[in-house]
Design a protein around this ligand. Structure first.
Ligand code: MG
Ligand code: ZN
Length: 453
């Protein structure tokens, strides 16, 4: 019991410092109530237009990643904010082969999957909102903006990373993040008459809110056209963006100008650190706050809060609401890195953003909220050390949870998986996520709800 109490104390410290979610008391392991949910489900099914659509993408957040984070943070019988959406389905995530688009590529990356949910078209791994023949397709954000909605795109990755990129850029390779990185996208380069790199296209698409990392690409110099010789950041400012680079700047944002918040050179820093998996496993341990995290970077929940506040204010007197995407990006990146606490900390931080969005929805029930992933990933809860690499964590339950990474060597990058993933929703037309749908259906679910399709 003393050992358990000691553990609890450490856990509270983690939770408070992460400013994420307040740990709920451990509930009975069997769950404490067994209501008949028929009427609640019936009540949750509503049609009509959505004034706002908020899409939350947990990159690489398959069922396994959700379960790992839940067990650790709130216990096996606990429930995360993302578990509380009223309607849940699954969707298939496959890409298509570039050379033969009639054949599936069973394991998607974030670019092909993002192209799927952002445009309604299947494409190849690496495609940023272009079809396999390289043709741009309009995105949900672009269509919403053209129809008079305000728009936002928020991530913990570089803003030029695949998930945020698919909403406001069209290039043949996800690698083409800035004017100096166009080797794989000659056809898209400004100097060849194209629309430019992802960074350039994002500020040309001009969402009202752009928040994330990737400052290095905004600092690159435009090579042709009206902004030749100026940086992408200067181009953004000339296009009306107010630029902020830290949490204090973000908190102080005022007025109606679009906001470009770029808070890190690359991806934003991790929330948590912890043990590194080994071939024979680790001693049971707990995660800790990442004390090396740059303190001036906002947390995802801070960015979500600001995006909601700004977009809500901007649309208060308008007939049209907003479309907002919020990504928990480094769930995927830390799964690639076989870093269980890194992965869990990012999932918990993403869940805090979901909680903030669900609080907003409570007072704005004409908002469709969708929470999903773009693809599955490696991590698995296992019984004992595997042929791969494992680490054991002591969870909120006070029990040991062993997590395996077994799709690559520890020095390499763990792989995505081709599984279907959860899609959950609440609000107008949320019923369109029920059953087993396709990733591309999400584009139609969102655009129909906004009345732009
Ligand atoms: Mg992503
Ligand atoms: Zn990935």
């Amino acid at each position: 019991m003393n050992a358990l109490r000691h553990l609890r104390g450490r856990r509270v410290a983690v939770v408070l410092a992460a400013a994420a979610i307040v740990a709920t008391p451990t509930v009975a392991l069997a769950g404490d109530s067994h209501p008949d949910n028929t009427r609640a489900a019936d009540h949750a099914i509503q049609g009509g237009r959505a004034r706002n659509v908020i899409l939350l993408i947990g990159d690489g957040m398959g069922d396994s990643e959700i379960t790992i984070a839940r067990n650790y943070q709130v216990g096996a019988a606990g429930r995360l904010a993302m578990d509380k959406l009223p309607l849940t389905g699954a969707y298939t995530t496959y890409a298509v082969q570039k050379d033969n688009p009639s054949l599936p590529d069973y394991v998607t990356d974030s670019a092909a999957s993002g192209t799927g949910w952002a445009t309604g078209h299947k494409s190849y791994n690496g495609a940023i909102s272009v079809t396999p023949d390289g043709k741009p397709k309009p995105t949900i954000l672009e269509l919403a903006r053209a129809a008079g909605f305000r728009t936002g795109d928020v991530t913990t990755a570089e803003l030029q990373d695949a998930t945020p990129a698919v909403l406001g850029a069209h290039v043949v390779s996800r690698d083409c993040k800035g004017p100096d990185a166009m080797a794989a996208c000659a056809v898209n380069a400004k100097e060849n008459g194209g629309a430019g790199s992802i960074a350039e296209q994002l500020v040309q698409t001009r969402p009202d809110v752009l928040l994330g990392g990737g400052k290095q690409y905004f600092d690159q110099t435009v090579k042709a056209g009206g902004f030749q010789g100026r940086t992408v950041l200067q181009q953004a400012q000339a296009n009306g963006y107010q630029v902020v680079t830290d949490a204090a700047g973000l908190a102080g944002v005022k007025g109606d100008q679009p906001i470009l918040g770029t808070f890190a050179k690359n991806n934003m820093d991790l929330e948590w650190v912890g043990p590194k998996p080994t071939r024979t496993g680790t001693a049971p341990s707990t995660c800790a706050v990442n004390t090396a995290r740059t303190a001036t970077q906002p947390h995802l929940v801070d960015m979500a809060d600001k995006a909601l506040t700004v977009l809500d204010r901007q649309t208060r007197h308008s007939r049209k609401g907003f479309f907002l995407q919020i990504e928990g990006a480094s769930i995927d990146k830390q799964d690639h890195a076989a870093n269980p606490c890194g992965q869990i900390g990012e999932t918990v931080a993403f869940d805090a953003a979901i909680k903030r969005v669900l609080d907003y929805q409570r007072s704005h029930p004409d908002t469709l909220v969708v929470v999903t992933a773009d693809h599955g990933h490696t991590s698995q809860i296992v019984e004992a050390p595997t042929l791969g690499y494992t680490a054991t964590l002591v969870t909120h339950d006070g029990a040991n949870m062993t997590i395996s990474y077994a799709t690559a060597d520890i020095t390499g990058s763990q792989q995505h998986t081709g599984t279907e993933v959860r899609i959950a929703a609440g609000g107008p037309q949320a019923a369109n996520v029920l059953g087993v749908t396709n990733q591309t259906d999400l584009f139609f679910t969102m655009s129909r709800a906004l009345g732009i399709r």
